[in-house]
Design a protein around this ligand. Structure first.
Ligand code: ZN
Length: 254
């Protein structure tokens, strides 16, 4: 996989519009589909309402966001209500996040599969002030840090292209989340995140309970957090994400 951009520096220098054209062209000609490994992603016509790219082999849709700096804790996105509606609709795209460097091209390319989006990770922003051109308009942030690491699949990491087979394996491992209704998915993602934060292949229920304070910040009204944790661990077991070892101990599946 060639990471550099094809076009001349002169075009690159002439503005963000062209930077977008370069990153989109790179994706179209160089990236593979993380879902099925197909060697080409097709572009939707410009200004399609939702997605930018699709795979002609498996039909997965992708939205691309690219920027020079690495993505931080939050990613600014469009209108809040449109985003929430999209989460419940059938055509919510997977998200591709690219960060690139001026001379050397793509530094990181991450795909966040669409099932990692739940209302809990969409933050409503303050309405634009009455002096703004679009007064009252409400945008949103994607709370990127809150997404489980298993939902951040690197296609290029620190300028190293990852193997299509390992990308597809990580993709496959998380497909069970698509079976969960959008409303229930937030809890599951939250508990996955807590389990990952332990950083261990084997852990105890008490260790997961230790995340109660973190979870309470997301669900301040909930009075049954421990019960919900146990329930989500069962769903994760049934999905083959982890195994119960007995006596309140668990092991992540490889
Ligand atoms: Zn595909």
């Amino acid at each position: 996989m060639k990471l550099g951009f094809e076009e001349s520096q002169a075009i690159y220098d002439s503005g963000s519009q062209n930077a977008q054209a370069l990153t989109e062209h790179w994706l179209h000609t160089t990236a593979f589909c993380p879902g099925c490994g197909h060697s080409n992603l097709s572009r939707f016509p410009n200004n399609s309402p939702v997605a930018d790219f699709f795979c002609s082999a498996c039909g997965e849709q992708f939205e691309l966001k690219s920027q020079k700096t690495k993505f931080g804790a939050k990613i600014v996105d469009g209108a809040y209500h449109t985003m929430i509606e999209r989460l419940n609709g059938p055509d919510n795209p997977n998200l591709l996040l690219m960060n690139y460097e001026r001379d050397s091209g793509v530094a990181n390319l991450i795909v966040v599969p669409k099932q990692f989006f739940a209302p809990e990770i969409i933050e409503e922003r303050k309405p634009l002030s009455k002096n703004a051109r679009r007064a009252g308009w409400v945008g949103c942030n994607i709370l990127f840090r809150q997404i489980p690491e298993s939902g951040k699949i690197f296609i290029v990491k620190d300028r190293v292209p990852q193997s299509p087979a390992s990308v597809r394996e990580q993709w496959r491992r998380n497909l069970f989340l698509r079976e969960e209704p959008t409303g229930a998915r937030g809890w599951l993602l939250t508990v996955m995140k807590c389990v990952e934060l332990l950083g261990k292949a084997e852990f105890s229920l008490d260790e997961v309970y230790a995340s109660e304070a973190y979870i309470r910040r997301i669900y301040p009204e909930n009075r049954h957090i421990r019960e919900k944790i146990r329930q989500q661990l069962q769903v994760l077991r049934d999905a083959g994400f982890l195994d119960f070892l007995g006596r309140g101990r668990y092991r992540l599946r490889k």
